[in-house]
Design a protein around this ligand. Structure first.
Ligand SMILES: [Zn+2]
Length: 334
């Protein structure tokens, strides 16, 4: 994968390509924007462009350097993310100061295959304050020919001292048509591709999750479970929370995002339905107008709970606890 292969992010890619052509790429960059739109792919493509010696500044996509970057095995590419934090400490929910010290010391070493070194910090929003301060040292005195790429949906999660030392490149949600084309190109049937693209809110990860493992049916099932929450026993509800918080790994991350997105969608749809019902005059005299208002109040309460929990997820609070609270809140809304 080279920068040229990245679909639907012409603006961000244009900024990177021009900087590469002029040899003026910033030492440190933040790739910002919603999840699943290609920030990680772009970071790896940029790393390939920097480390490829066949087509320097562009990446050829087929040499050994490019191949090693693609398989995350290039000795001059340093990667840190939550998965790596969990290899050391399985319960980790943040990126640690040790990880940032490791980035610093590895970037300071001589390159193994060439002169350049690249560091990618994925999920940078999960850096602890200590870890951010450790990272700051690397940003203040960037070692030789290095580039540091921070992938972070919301740069506000980073200290202003970090942000001010990085160039921020924004990635936009992908257009529906592009999502559909990509999915069809990956062998998904046109009809499923279109349905998934419509539900994906610009995220390729989410669109892929929807088409893989019958994600569209999974989405319908989850919405049914949310609808049945008021009649669900607490033990069942806690099981469901564990299930929704559970999946890990690269695929798990996409599924977790899907779970949150479906829940938010469900609350939003519920709110719109309730608002519409209140706005529509009763069909006959026997309809009690209070019924609709009560439902609207409940829907509002549910939406508030869901949005508040979304912020918790973004701050990476304990996902399991957050789901417990969210489902209990949705169940108890009255
Ligand atoms: Zn190459």
């Amino acid at each position: 994968m080279t920068l040229d292969d990245l679909r639907g992010q012409e603006q961000a890619v244009g900024i990177l390509r021009r900087a590469l052509e002029r040899g003026r790429l910033a030492h440190a960059l933040i790739f910002a924007g919603p999840s699943g739109v290609g920030k990680r792919t772009a970071a790896h493509a940029l790393a390939a462009a920097l480390l490829c010696r066949e087509a320097p500044g562009r990446g050829c996509g087929s040499c050994e350097d490019c191949h090693l970057v693609a398989t995350q095995a290039h000795p001059d590419l340093v990667l840190e993310d939550l998965e790596r934090a969990r290899e050391e400490k399985p319960t980790a929910t943040r990126l640690s100061i040790d990880q940032m010290r490791r980035v610093r010391s590895r970037l300071a070493m001589r390159g193994v295959r060439g002169e350049r070194k690249v560091g990618i910090i994925d999920q940078a929003e999960l850096l602890t304050i200590d870890a951010q301060n450790a990272l700051l040292k690397t940003l203040e005195e960037p070692p030789g020919k290095t580039a540091l790429l921070l992938i972070c949906p919301h740069p506000d999660a980073l200290l202003s001292t970090i942000r001010s030392r990085c160039q921020c490149v924004r990635f936009a949600p992908l257009e529906k048509g592009i999502l559909t084309e990509i999915l069809i190109g990956e062998g998904v049937e046109a009809e499923s591709a279109e349905s998934a693209a419509a539900l994906a809110e610009g995220s390729l990860d989410r669109a892929r999750t929807l088409t893989a493992d019958d994600g569209l049916a999974y989405t319908r099932e989850l919405r049914d479970k949310l609808g049945a929450l008021p009649g669900t026993s607490i033990p069942h509800l806690l099981d469901l929370a564990a299930e929704l918080a559970g999946p890990r790994g690269e695929k798990g991350r996409a599924r977790q995002q899907l779970n949150r997105a479906v829940t938010l969608d469900w609350c939003r749809d519920h709110l719109l339905d309730a608002a519409r019902a209140v706005g529509t005059p009763p069909e006959d005299e026997t309809d009690e107008p209070h019924e609709g208002l009560d439902e609207l109040r409940r829907a509002l309460q549910r939406a508030e709970i869901a949005y508040a929990t979304t912020r918790e997820f973004e701050r990476n609070a304990n996902a399991h606890l957050a789901w417990d609270r969210l489902l209990l809140g949705l169940r108890g809304a009255r």
